[in-house]
Design a protein around this ligand. Structure first.
Ligand SMILES: NC(=O)c1ccc[n+]([C@@H]2O[C@H](COP(=O)([O-])OP(=O)(O)OC[C@H]3O[C@@H](n4cnc5c(N)ncnc54)[C@H](OP(=O)(O)O)[C@@H]3O)[C@@H](O)[C@H]2O)c1
Length: 256
């Protein structure tokens, strides 16, 4: 994608606070460890929050709750209709699964692949976010900055994959990253200032990572409020020329 001169971009975005670019956030997955912390971090910055979850309960006193289920397109379409009167300029997909609700965990070997479990992981981690994009991207502003960010994972990088394993989760995040690139290309035609990006939050202490925290090097596990602050910093600095790419919590690009 065409890059803009670095000095212009630094002047434009380098020192910006998130609330100087965005005023309304919609968080899909507000009941999650990272999603909940994001809602609080946005509210602290004075950004009004639409907080989406399966229960529909607002995450904080100040956020407005909405209901959605990744496996129910009608619920996503109706959430978008509810938000259309006061549309977000910042949309975050903070939902996702590593271990399924029935306890089916990530595969260590191809011998453990189960078609139904794999299908479910793709429905939740790839197709659900795509349906959110389908109904929410049209709400982003055309005349000013807009951001659609989906929480992906570094393990979705093909070129960075040296450990293998977690077949369904990895592949579902790779698929998500490809969809992000596709949507960025499409959005560029109508929304010149919109950014569509995948973000890796780091290894965060949530129920998703909890079963896999035992052998982590010291200092690698971060708490959700810190992860949210890191992600806000990255979001504040993303430029239209970054659209379509994946970034980690430091703002460094993740190779495809
Ligand atoms: N934690 C990490 O170390 C880490 C690392 C890399 C990437 N990530 C990514 O970050 C994202 C958030 O993870 P997390 O650690 O915050 O996990 P979490 O605490 O388990 O939160 C997961 C969220 O997904 C929602 N969700 C699951 N199934 C859903 C469905 N059918 N419809 C609607 N929402 C559904 C959950 O809602 P309910 O409360 O209703 O179940 C919850 O809000 C995921 O995409 C994950 O892959 C996390």
């Amino acid at each position: 994608m065409k890059r803009e001169p670095a000095d212009v971009l630094v002047a434009l975005y380098g020192r910006m606070e998130i609330n100087e670019r965005f005023s309304r956030a919609a968080v899909f997955g507000a009941s999650g460890g990272i999603g909940g912390a994001l809602c609080e971090a946005f509210a602290e910055k004075g950004i009004s929050v639409w907080a989406g979850s399966r229960s529909g309960e607002p995450d904080t006193d100040t956020s407005r709750g909405f209901k959605f289920d990744l496996e129910d397109e009608d619920s996503i379409a109706s959430a978008a209709r509810i938000m259309a009167d006061d549309p977000p300029d910042l949309i975050v997909v903070a939902s996702g699964v590593l271990t399924l609700a029935d306890g089916n965990g990530p595969e260590r070997s191809f011998k453990q692949i189960d078609a139904n479990a794999m299908e479910e992981v793709f429905r939740l981690n790839s197709i659900g976010p795509a349906l959110i994009a389908k109904h929410m991207l049209p709400l982003l502003p055309r005349d000013r900055d807009g951001l659609f960010a989906a929480l992906s994972a570094r393990v979705g990088s093909i070129s960075d994959n040296r450990l293998g394993g977690w077949h369904s989760y990895r592949a579902s995040k790779t698929a998500l990253n490809m969809l992000i690139r596709n949507f960025a290309i499409e959005m560029k035609r109508t929304h010149k200032r919109a950014v569509v990006a995948a973000l890796h939050p780091g290894t965060v202490d949530t129920s998703l990572s909890e079963p896999f925290q035992t052998n982590l090097p010291d200092g690698q596990l971060i708490e959700p409020p810190e992860a949210a602050r890191n992600l806000l910093n990255v979001m504040a600095r993303l430029r239209p020329s970054d659209s379509g790419d994946a970034f980690d919590w430091k703002g460094d690009p993740i190779p495809a």
